[in-house]
Design a protein around this ligand. Structure first.
Ligand code: SF4
Length: 205
């Protein structure tokens, strides 16, 4: 089992191969040689080198939104899909407008598309937010399929719920980047709870 999260040696980040922990994944050199070939596939190479160049150029200067736009430009994408949560409708409009101002065609699909009652998807009444009201299900598979039907070059996920985002990633034909991770309590900043996990949030986690 790999336990990088608990490693205090971090030999991988220092070019120090003689001090690898006993369960370090880097001990499997054949595996890493095989993985390395995956980056040789031309489309993956372009994607990976471009994203790494963005990482370096924008390092501590560009917000993720700018990084995303720059990445789309350098990848020469034309049509961008935007899968967003109804709770971030205003933000989706801003993002779509900004992308358009940079020359992209933007296809946007809200999570509630389909307007299907949650009950129809097997969600019991007592698991709804407002049990006695109409609540449309979030429909990440529809979001993915609708963007697929428009042949988007790249998709952006904006504020999709935990798990709904996973289904969207799984069903999207185009690769996906996440612009914002949904966190209704922390203004979509899940790291806030991590930073305070041993303090103010201790009893809430
Ligand atoms: S890859 Fe190896 S050295 Fe790096 S964090 Fe994981 S266990 Fe530690």
């Amino acid at each position: 089992m790999y336990t990088c999260a608990d490693c205090s040696i971090l030999a991988c980040a220092k070019e120090e191969r003689d001090s690898l922990p006993a369960n370090c994944p880097m001990r499997d050199e054949a595996l890493f040689a095989d993985i390395r070939t995956a980056y040789e596939e031309p489309e993956t190479r372009k994607f990976y080198v471009t994203s790494s160049a963005i990482e370096a150029e924008g390092y501590c200067k560009w917000p993720r939104l700018k990084e995303t736009i720059e990445f789309c430009k350098r990848m020469e994408y034309r049509t961008i899909g935007l899968a967003f949560c109804k709770g971030l409708k205003k933000e989706a409009k801003v993002v779509a407008g900004l992308l358009r101002s940079h020359g992209f065609t933007v296809v946007s699909v809200i999570c509630k598309t389909g307007g299907i009652p949650k009950e129809d998807a097997g969600i019991p009444k007592d698991k709804k937010i407002h049990p006695d009201s109409f609540e449309p299900m979030c429909n990440p598979i529809a979001q993915a399929r609708l963007l697929n039907s428009q042949h988007t070059d790249f998709n952006i996920a904006l504020g999709l719920c935990v798990g709904h985002d996973s289904l969207f990633y799984k069903h999207s034909d185009a690769l996906v980047t996440t612009l914002a991770a949904k966190d209704r309590v922390l203004a979509h900043n899940p790291c806030g709870a991590i930073y305070c996990a041993e303090g103010y949030f201790k009893e809430r986690l």
